[in-house]
Design a protein around this ligand. Structure first.
Ligand code: NI
Length: 135
């Protein structure tokens, strides 16, 4: 089995804010992340499958790019994640929750075209990122 990965980048703002708490409690827990701030995010989507003998590809990376753009990037780029993104509604917009939501959207789409999603890597800053493997 072999894996391939496509990266896409986007810009989006968010804040870590639990609506059940007041502003002070949110600041105590999340610090400056409780204020609205932006990131240049990087999304890495990894799939595995068998190599197609006619193309030498697991899948055409242009198709993976198009799927990432259609289902995720176009919905999140230049948005305020907490308010503007339907699939994040009602969630804390931590990188963890964000990565899991992306997985849930992409897994069935990729399964439909015969490849298996194996990893979502979501980079929030140069110093931290989240990886989700579906369990
Ligand atoms: Ni942040």
């Amino acid at each position: 089995m072999i894996q391939i990965t496509r990266r896409e980048i986007f810009n989006a703002a968010h804040r870590l804010y639990n609506p059940k708490w007041d502003k002070d409690k949110n600041f105590e827990v999340f610090g400056p992340c409780s204020r609205i701030h932006g990131h240049n995010w990087e999304l890495f989507v990894t799939v595995e499958g068998h190599i197609n003998e006619e193309t030498g590809f697991v899948m055409d990376l242009k198709d993976l790019r198009d799927i990432m753009r259609e289902y995720i990037i176009s919905k999140v780029d230049h948005t305020y994640l907490n308010d503007d993104v339907e699939f994040l509604k009602g969630q804390l917009t931590s990188t963890e929750n964000f990565a899991i939501s992306i997985w849930k959207i992409l897994f069935p789409v990729l399964e439909n075209i015969g490849v298996k999603l194996t990893k979502i890597k979501l980079v929030e800053t140069a110093n931290h990122y989240v990886e989700y493997f579906g369990k």
